[in-house]
Ligand binder design. Structure first.
Ligand SMILES: Nc1ncnc2c1ncn2[C@@H]1O[C@H](COP(=O)(O)OP(=O)(O)OP(=O)(O)O)[C@@H](O)[C@H]1O
Length: 376
């Protein structure tokens, strides 16, 4: 009977979870191992700020889910706790224009949002810089997922303003950490030459974790999140194997949570390999879900049209897109480029008899999981 501790079954008031929150996306882990050298390099770049000087600009690159954001957040919170350095992290997936980036910085410095209308960029920028000079404070800005600024063609303008802050406003000390998870993007080369001439960043690379590192990190997480004995070594190894396939630690964390829920569904006190395998059917799409969440309405519309017209000619895709959104070919092409850079679609130029070169577009995923996530 359920509830009898002898039969390994969970009763209603029991759970496999000690603390389910540790498997949530925004949880900042207490233990953060295997990123020692990257943290050292970032500290080196930020150290001048602690002395009241401008920090070194830095470009951080690495595939998704390799601890880039967590590293920056850890160091920023240390700086806030121990120094007067101002730190602002901007999520460029959400704030993907120069104006939006500076609005977020304004909010970070003044603790309230800038007026939503009628304030020019110049004024916004001026108020931020004046405040820094007045308070004699150094500002460290992390442009997280900076690749999104590139997709919107806003990266050069945003960086140019940040990098030249001290010229436009004497005494303003600003350093920038650009974080990119798009390895096909060479951050420095893609910037305008006027930006390149003032941008000589330190570079820090975050490689994928190997299987042993994943086991080590997830074991710790499981210890905090599950009760003793819930996750065995074999099951943990399977989770790590599946995680290392993509290299994204988020997959592993999501796997642990879902496998735990599956075990509870069976009213079992322990997670089985089947619970893990079943969980993977959903967890393997963690990256897809994240990419879809950051899309605008018209970008989502194109993904949806592609999923519905899977395998059809580019021409009919454009027509269906135009019908749904009323947008023209130029905007359509721009969106295709962005989805391509995000890895959501694959494009290929091919000779079409009698019509010259044309671009074929296909989804990088099966249509069903894509549609499920858009509709859900
Ligand atoms: N060394 C580590 N120890 C413990 N947890 C980690 C470690 N590295 C990453 N994580 C966890 O993995 C998840 C993803 O990490 P993070 O967001 O820092 O990755 P990222 O490289 O910034 O990813 P993206 O480029 O997709 O934004 C987070 O939940 C974080 O807590």
């Amino acid at each position: 009977m359920a509830g009898d501790p002898e039969d390994g079954m969970l009763s209603w008031d029991e759970s496999v979870f000690r603390d389910e929150h540790v498997f949530e996306i925004d949880y900042v882990p207490e233990t953060f191992r295997h990123r020692e050298s990257q943290l050292e390099s970032l500290k080196y770049a930020l150290r001048p700020a602690a002395r009241g000087s401008r920090p070194l600009n830095t470009v951080v690159r690495g595939p998704p889910g390799t601890g880039k954001t967590t590293s920056v957040q850890k160091l920023f919170s240390e700086l806030r706790a121990q120094t007067d350095v101002r730190t602002v992290r901007v999520n460029c997936q959400v704030d993907s224009t120069r104006y939006a980036v500076f609005s977020r910085i304004f909010e970070g410095i003044f603790d309230y949002e800038p007026p939503s209308s009628g304030i020019s960029f110049k004024k916004l920028f001026g108020q931020i810089a004046d405040r820094l000079v007045e308070d004699d404070e150094v500002l460290a800005v992390a442009l997280d997922d900076v690749n999104y600024l590139f997709y919107e063609n806003e990266a050069s303008d945003a960086l140019y303003s940040l990098l030249r802050a001290h010229e436009a406003h004497a005494g303003a000390k600003v350093g920038v950490i650009c974080v990119s998870s798009d390895l096909s993007l060479s951050v420095i080369e893609e910037l305008d030459s006027r930006v390149q001439s003032v941008f000589r960043p330190e570079e820090v690379f975050f490689p994928k974790y190997d299987v042993d590192e994943v086991v080590d990190i997830l074991r710790e997480r499981a210890k905090r999140g599950f009760h003793d004995g819930v996750l065995g070594a074999t099951e943990l190894d399977r989770v790590a194997e599946l995680t290392a396939e993509s290299g994204d630690l988020r997959v592993g964390i999501d796997l642990l949570r879902r496998a735990g829920l599956n075990a509870e569904m069976r009213a079992s006190r322990t997670i089985s390999v089947e619970d893990v395998e079943e969980a993977y059917e959903k967890s393997k799409y963690v990256h897809l879900s994240r990419s879809l969440r950051g899309l605008s309405e018209s970008e989502t519309a194109l993904v949806e049209v592609l999923a519905e017209h899977d395998g059809e000619q580019a021409g009919s895709v454009y027509e269906a897109f135009h019908e749904r959104t009323d947008l023209g070919y130029t905007r359509y092409s721009e969106i295709v480029n962005k989805l391509d850079q995000l890895g959501l679609v694959e494009t290929e130029y091919a000779e079409v008899e009698g019509r010259g070169r044309s671009r074929s577009i296909s989804l990088a995923y099966d249509p069903e999981p894509v549609l499920e996530r858009i509709e859900g």
